[in-house]
Design a protein around this ligand. Structure first.
Ligand code: B12
Ligand code: SF4
Ligand code: SF4
Length: 308
């Protein structure tokens, strides 16, 4: 397939102007390592996320998502915090600022308008954290970064504190080369995971992951894990905090990296006292809304217990 290098360059320049910190092009038929995904599902590591078992083939074939698709524009925005100014309730870094789903979707749509103005034959569809897209594998195929032993996409210079989105397009854009993995002999993330959820080779067993347990899992958390929940009120970042590639990062995108006022000094006690209206006010416009009021109360109760 012939590619249009001048158009590729122009599309990348437009992405930079729309506030995307990284952009790369994945070939439409990239090998997205679907065998890994199959193994993850087959071994039950997807826990109760039933939606992960749907559209499995589509997930690894972006060509199925848009008629006439020829390339995937992969995009990343950093949420690296400028400072840690929180109370004792731990909120995962990606969720401290504005909801990245809404922000990135808006930017993708603006970018698509600009690409359309440049190239009227353009057609495409934007995805942000949509279930049937293998976002990390696509970003790796587009040369945005490599998949670390913590399972995260690590972008050179930005670390793993990046969120991902993509535009599946009908344009003949020139694909980028993947980046070589740079974990080397390090295995700090595996040792840092308090629950042993990282089972090797970047594979994560959600049944033991505090991110899954606090954000996705409804109902009771296994008693065996109670003492290991620490202050996790929403998500967990331990396997990223220890990563040497996350040291001395430039501050991320202001909209994502700046904590919203409602959580800046949030304590476990505050969350335990939340009424339904307080939950509503504290999570409005934020990715934290993924966890219900009941889940926050459960998480805060375990956090209070773990801290004595
Ligand atoms: C389900 C899910 C979860 C689950 C399971 C996570 C997991 N590791 O599987 C839970 C709830 C635990 C979770 C947690 C988190 N998540 Co999450 N999650 C997802 C979701 C919806 C699907 C991920 C998935 O398919 N998992 C199954 C495994 C098998 O797939 P995978 O992780 O993508 O792995 C693939 C690659 O590793 C690939 N691969 C491996 N090596 C190589 C090499 C090459 C060259 C290639 C091409 C491919 C490749 O093989 C696998 C199969 O395709 C994605 C969004 C999406 N649609 O993709 C967000 C996503 C992965 N999550 C995200 C975030 C931010 C988080 C958290 C940091 C949030 C938090 N702080 O609490 C944690 C991180 C935990 C961790 N260490 O992974 C970001 C990750 C950004 C990044 N830099 O990697 C994503 C991409 C959302 C987004 N749009 O930005 N998440
Ligand atoms: S997010 Fe936390 S619990 Fe999940 S794998 Fe990383 S360190 Fe382990
Ligand atoms: S902590 Fe070490 S092994 Fe884990 S992702 Fe970072 S560099 Fe790779």
């Amino acid at each position: 397939m012939s590619v249009d290098r001048a158009l590729t360059k122009a599309v990348k320049a437009l992405a930079g102007r729309e506030g995307f910190a990284r952009v790369g092009i994945a070939p439409i038929d990239a090998d997205l390592n679907s065998q890994r995904f199959d193994r993850w599902l087959a071994e039950g590591m997807g826990a109760e996320m039933a939606y992960m078992a749907r559209n499995v083939r589509k997930r690894h074939r972006p060509a199925k998502l848009v008629a006439g698709a020829r390339s995937v524009i992969c995009l990343a925005v950093s949420y690296a915090p400028a400072a840690e100014t929180l109370g004792d309730a731990f909120i995962a870094r990606y969720a401290r600022g504005r909801d990245y789903h809404k922000l990135l979707k808006k930017r993708c749509h603006r970018l698509m308008d600009r690409i359309g103005a440049l190239e009227p034959s353009f057609d495409g569809r934007a995805f942000v954290d949509a279930a049937p897209v293998a976002e990390r594998a696509l970003a790796a195929a587009a040369g945005i970064g490599w998949i670390g032993k913590n399972g995260c996409l690590i972008a050179p210079g930005l670390g793993s504190y990046v969120v991902l989105c993509e535009i599946v397009s009908n344009l003949p854009l020139a694909p980028d080369e993947p980046v070589a993995a740079q974990c080397g002999d390090c295995d700090a993330c595996i040792g840092a995971c308090p629950t042993g959820a990282l089972v090797g080779d970047g594979m994560l067993d959600a049944r033991r992951c505090r991110s899954y347990l606090t954000i996705e899992h409804r109902g009771e958390i296994d008693r065996e894990l109670w003492p290991l929940m620490d202050a996790c009120v929403f998500g967990c970042d331990d396997c990223q905090t220890v990563c040497p590639h996350n040291r001395d990062l430039p501050p991320g995108d202001d909209d994502l990296a700046r904590p919203r006022e409602a959580i800046e000094r949030l304590t476990i006690g505050d969350v335990l006292d939340w009424s339904g209206d307080d939950w509503d006010a504290a999570t409005r416009g934020s990715a934290m809304r993924r966890a219900t009021h009941e889940m926050f109360l459960r998480n805060a109760a375990l956090a209070a217990r773990a801290s004595g």
